[in-house]
Design a protein around this ligand. Sequence first.
Ligand SMILES: [Zn+2]
Length: 487
Amino acid sequence: MKKLFFRLFFLVLFFLIAPGVIHAGAEEAGTVTVTHAAVYIRSGPGVSYPIAGKAAKNDTYTVLQKDGDWFQIRLPQGNTGWIAGWLVETGTPSAKQSKQGKITADRLRIRKAPDQSAAIVGTLEKNAVVTVTRAEGGWVYIESGNVSGWADSQYVQTEKNKNAGKTAENNVSAAIVAATSLNIRRSPSLQSGTVATVTYGTRLEITGTDHGWYEVELEDGTHGWVAGFYVTRESQAKRSSEAEVTLHSGTNLYKRPQSGSDTVGTAKAGDRFPIVSEMDGWYKIRLESGTSAYISAKAAQKSDTAVKKGIKGKTIVLDPGHGGTDNGTTGAYGTLEKLVTLKTANALYEKLKKAGARVILTRNSDTYVSLSERTAISNTNHADAFVSIHFDSAEDSHTRGHTTYYYHAQDYDFARLVNNQITSRLGTVDRGVKFGDFHVIRENTQPAILLELGYLSSPAEEKHIVEKSFQTKAVAGIYNGLKAYFQ
Ligand SMILES: [Zn+2]
C-alpha cells in the first residue's frame, strides 16, 4: 500500500512538473538542466532526505542556492526542492532557450505576475503566436507584439507541451522483477559486479537500455543494470487498459456527473484522459493527479484506441526472415528459406488485413533488409505485435518440428499462445517455447516473437513445408495465436 502511494505520488509530481517546465530561467539566477532520466528531487541537500518529487531528463529549473554538491531549485508548483549536482548540468538563462507558443483559449488574460489575482495587462486571442521565455508554477511568461506578461500555462501550447504525454510514457517506464532473486549489476554484462540484489516483484525504474539490458534505479537511488529477460516491463501492461477522450477548449471537469455540480478545473482541446467508467451521457475520467472527475460525453470524444480487444485496429509487423542476398537456410531439395518465409508472411498479411489489422511487412519482395531496420519498423510504428517468420535447419536430417522464441520475459505469454495454436493447427512436432537471443526480438521494444515453423534440413518436412496446405495451416495457427493474445 505504501509503495502504491509512492508510485502514484511520483506519477502525480511527474505530470505536474513535466509539462510546465520550459528551458529558461529567471534573469538573476542560474539554471540546472537534468542530464539523467528519472531523477529524484529531495527535500534537503542529500540522498538521506525524503523524496519530494521527480525530474525528467532535460527538465530545467531555476537555482535558488547551492549547498555542497546540491542545488536548491524552484519547482513549478512554487515550492522548492533539492537536486544532486552530478545529475544535472548548470547553465545561465539565454534568449535562445525561449520557445514559440500558441494561445489555445479565447481572450486569454495576461497578468503582471504569475498569480491569478495579479493585475491584467492585456488579453490575447486564440491561436495568437507568442514567445515563451520562462515558466514558473504553472504560469508562463509570454511576449507578443502587443503584450508581455504571465499566462496560465495550460492555455499556451508549446512544442514541449505537445510532446509531454509521449515523453512521460517513455520516462515512467518501469520493470517488475520476474526472477526469485536478481542481481543488479554495475554494467550490462553477467560478468559485471553486483551492486544490489532484489527479489521477485520488486519495481525498478528503467532509465536506459542497452542490448537487452535495462539500466534501472532502485527506490533508494542506486543505479545498475539488469538482464531484460528477468524482468517484465510495467508500462506495456498499463497501456492496454486505457481509453482516451478528446475535449473542446474550456470544457468543465465536474466533481459529479451533473452540469450544475462543482468543477475541479477545465480541460483544453486535445487533452486526453483515461476513462474509468461510462454512464448516461458522462465519462468518469482519471486526472493526472490520480483523482477522478466527470465530463459530459457531449464535450468529449471517445478515441479509437479505447477498443483494445481483438485483432481489429492492431498494428502488427510481420517479418519474413532473410531476403535478397541472404537466402537463409537451403533445404535438402533446394528450397530457399527466404522464399517460404515471404510466402507465409504474405498469406498471413492478407488474413490479418481482412480482420481489420494495420499490417506492416518488413519486406514484401525478395530484398535484403538489415536486422536493425526490421526492429526499427516495429519500434517506430509502436507495433502491438511483431512476428518474425523463419524455417530451421539442423545437422541431423531427422530433426523436425516448430519452435517459438521470445527474448523479453513479458513476451513469454505471447509466444506460448501463438505456439499452442501453431501446434494444434500444424500437427507437427512441438519443440516448445524457448528463450532465444535473436536481434529482431532482443532489440524490439514491442511485443515480439520469432517462429521457426519447420526444418528445411529434414527432407520429409521440407516436402511438407512447400505444400499449400502447410502454409494455410501455419497461417491459421499464427492468426489464432494473435487472436488469443489480443483477447
Ligand atoms: Zn532463418
